[in-house]
Design a protein around this ligand. Structure first.
Ligand code: C5P
Length: 218
């Protein structure tokens, strides 16, 4: 019996991180935030001043990534980088280097290693299409760009960080375009994926829907 995997893919700020994390807690499954791996590679590249066009050097960094996930804390070598990898610059850099095929390839083994008993919930852009094509359940989470910008706005304001709605909308549209149009592993629903539009849903409602779908296939 293969170890079950639930994949949750979708665009930036669609709520997939929150939903995937809560589904994993409910099922007592492991959780993979694959975006964090791209962010860790990006942070490492910025720190080591590796050129963002040097595919070979960037792939080496990804291959040798010394990272650790402990609960909701993320470590790079000896440093706690939980907050650092969420910086806008790191996210933008991650989305730029994520177009490089060699780099994506270098992160495949690490992603597969998260699939351990009793099961895994993996969130990202290509979890269902590329990394875990045999997943038991595939979900594609979307929300309107306005709903996503609104959520991001609230998150920033709640943290005391100034935010501007027009800038957020522009930023999300740019990142959507980049993630959807790249040649390798573009953002798109996997074959057989359940599409869930969360524009009008709370996180709890989205979690319940995913758990219902999983109950039907397990
Ligand atoms: O999801 P998150 O915003 O943390 O991801 C950062 C960037 O990493 C995304 O904009 C995307 O370009 C890239 N990414 C990816 N494939 C994944 C996860 C993230 O290309 N599976």
């Amino acid at each position: 019996q293969p170890i079950p995997v639930i994949t949750i893919d979708g665009p930036t700020a669609s709520g997939k991180g929150t939903v995937a994390h809560r589904v994993a807690l409910q099922l007592r499954f492991h959780y993979l935030d694959s975006g964090a791996l791209y962010r860790l590679t990006a942070l490492s590249a910025l720190r080591h001043k590796v050129s963002l066009t040097d595919e070979h050097a960037l792939s080496k960094l990804a291959e040798k990534l010394q990272c650790r996930f402990e609960g909701d804390q993320i470590w790079l070598s000896q440093e706690n980088v939980t907050a650092a990898i969420r910086a806008e610059e790191v996210g933008n850099t991650a989305s730029r280097i994520a177009v490089l095929p060699m780099l994506r390839h270098a992160l495949v083994g690490l992603q597969h290693s998260f699939r351990t008993a009793p099961g895994l919930v993996a969130d990202g852009r290509d979890m269902g299409t590329v990394i875990f094509p045999s997943a038991s359940l595939k979900v594609f989470l979307t929300a309107s760009v306005e709903a996503r910008a609104g959520r991001r706005y609230k998150q920033l304001i709640d943290k005391g960080i100034p935010a501007n709605m027009d800038d957020l909308l522009k930023d999300l549209r740019e990142r959507d375009a980049r993630d959807s149009s790249r040649a390798v592993a573009p953002l798109k629903p996997a074959e057989g994926a359940h599409i869930l539009d969360t524009s009008e849903l709370t996180a709890d409602q989205a979690v319940d829907q995913v758990l219902k779908w999983y109950a039907a296939v397990r």
